[in-house]
Design a protein around this ligand. Sequence first.
Ligand code: PLP
Length: 410
Amino acid sequence: MEPLAILGGTPTKTTAFTTGKRFGLEEAKELLEALEQNTLFYHFGAKVKQFLSDFNEIYGVKHSVATSSGTAALHVALGAAGVTVGDEVITSPITDQGTLIGILYQNAIPVFADLDPHTYNLTASSIEARITPRTKAIVVVHLTGNPCDMDPIMDVARKHKLTVIEDCAQAYLTRYKGRLVGTIGDYGCFSTNDFKHISTGDGGIVTVNSGEEADYQITHAFADKNYSRFGTAVHRDLKTIAPNYRMTELQGAVGIAQLKKLDWICSQRRSIGDRITEGLTGLAGVTPPWVDKNNESTYWFYMFRLDVDQFTCSRDEFCAALLAEGIPNRAGYIPDVCYMQPLFQNKQAYPGSHFPFELSETTYERGLCPNAERILQTAVQIPMSEFYSKQDVEDIIRSVRKVADFYIKG
Ligand SMILES: Cc1ncc(COP(=O)(O)O)c(C=O)c1O
């Protein structure tokens, strides 16, 4: 057996990971054109409009709305769906807080349902078990770029007349049984923050999947202080509040150039992620993420699980050994499930107040979603890049195998 690098052996990875430029002259040209318009306001310029029209074409949707972030996109979808004071919204306990913020800004209450242990995504049965008379919507998160099992989720939602919002911040060009995620629920929400498959610095998109002009107009207005900018007149009638989450022409300009690269980025990530899974399959003590054979993940990051009882080391020791082999990695994703955050433990979204939590019977305690808790205790995350070379990918596989083989019990 090869000695581990952490114990004085030779590291597996001896070459630097391949990197690449995400932005180039294509983005610069679009930016210059945006500036030459003499306006950076989305409604007067052409860039955000072009960005959305290109996005709609790629996704095969009629309507989408641009926003200032992914968090904003989710808030807009919730607001457009009519989620309001005292409603409950069922969502995932493993996600970025951006999934939750819009729920609380609508004074609705997040309710957490458990996940599949191997896709790390919400399941229809866990969602259904959390439905109460207050439930208004479901926000599913396609974590890491792997799709949720949407058919049964949509069946549950239709049965209980609930809105489905897909959080696709980590899931560009992810396919569920051939269909792009973000087009299956009522709304699909994307982030173009700087860490996502494509970047506009910050930004977001909401797809409005009913195809109805009225739904589109409500969504559009909710991202723009409820200004109604359709036809020639601008209506400012304020019946209920809505934030200003407008995207600027500068973001739209960069987005146009970035969308042209999306297909390449996603196909690279898909083949890199699938190859890592192939390389780790059958390795004792290691369970790669499960991607159903009918689906396609575009791996925002790669996360596998350890069966820690099979190893002589802890998860942290495994991670340290992997790093010493030359493979950057992280123990899990977020440190703990969302409901263990002080905000939920204290039921305090606004200083000095327990509103809106006091409107609901929902509780947040350790053990609420056991699969989710266990995922975060046993997972190892490897960052992904579309620029990884074949050598990089093989080095990742060899390193994980070397560490696992070393620490596996007798
Ligand atoms: C699953 C998920 N939802 C929402 C967000 C929020 O996106 P943004 O940072 O653009 O507000 C993120 C970003 O990390 C995310 O990963």
